[in-house]
Ligand binder design. Structure first.
Ligand code: GAR
Length: 206
């Protein structure tokens, strides 16, 4: 199994869905640590309760993005992490960090990328008047929210939606696609199970 570290900044509901999925003996990833840049991230308690080691390093203790990302990288190496899943992690990486983990780091973003990158993507979707939105799991590259897309989940945007209602609808689909996308990505990468990888639809719901 691939040793995966999850990076969070808050609630951690996507982290939970990955931890739950990884309990399956056939799941190709093992969650070996949860990192947060905020000590008050609610998701840390859930990880601890499930016997997963956690670490907190505040970006505020560093005077550059590079120095913070170096400390993060040291922690990941100490854990023996082979792969990273960003799950509501709200820091931008240094280029060096993103390049080092290229092909070994996924993120989930609550829009149908390449639309609505960056902050408040649900409000951006409402402002644009789109009738469908969703979530994207993508590879992380140095440019923000711009890496190759692995899997997307689609939801309707309804007449009386506000950002919170749309965010809640998207979040449900996030929880479904992130574990599937990670498993798919790892299977394709390690090439151990080509038929399973080929069978996986990369649009959700199917
Ligand atoms: C999720 O909607 C995730 O897609 C989004 O933050 C939320 C975190 O929720 N991530 C981003 O916007 C990344 N730029 P969670 O902590 O409950 O998983």
């Amino acid at each position: 199994k691939t040793k995966v570290a999850i990076l969070i900044s808050g609630r951690g509901s996507n982290m939970k869905s990955l931890i739950q999925a990884a309990k399956d003996k056939d799941y190709p990833a093992e969650i070996i640590g949860v990192f947060s840049n905020r000590a008050d991230a609610a998701g840390l308690d859930f990880a601890k309760d499930h016997g997963i080691q956690t670490a907190v390093i505040s970006h505020k203790d560093f005077n550059s993005r590079e120095a913070f990302c170096d400390a993060l990288d040291e922690q990941l190496e100490a854990w023996g992490a082979e792969f990273i899943c960003l799950a509501g992690y709200m820091r931008i990486h240094s280029n060096a960090f993103a390049e080092k983990w290229l092909g070994k780091m996924l993120n989930i973003h609550p829009s149908l990328l390449p639309l609505f990158k960056g902050l408040k993507p649900q409000q951006q979707a409402l402002d644009a008047g789109v009738k469908v939105s969703g979530a994207s799991v993508h590879e992380v590259i140095p440019e923000l929210d711009a890496g190759p897309i692995v899997m997307q989940g689609v939801v309707p945007v309804l007449e009386d939606d506000d950002a919170d209602r749309l965010a809640a609808r998207i979040l449900k689909i996030e929880h479904q696609i992130y574990p599937k996308a990670l498993a798919h990505y790892l299977k394709v990468q390690t090439n151990t199970d080509r038929s399973a990888a080929a069978d996986q639809s990369l649009i959700w719901p199917q």
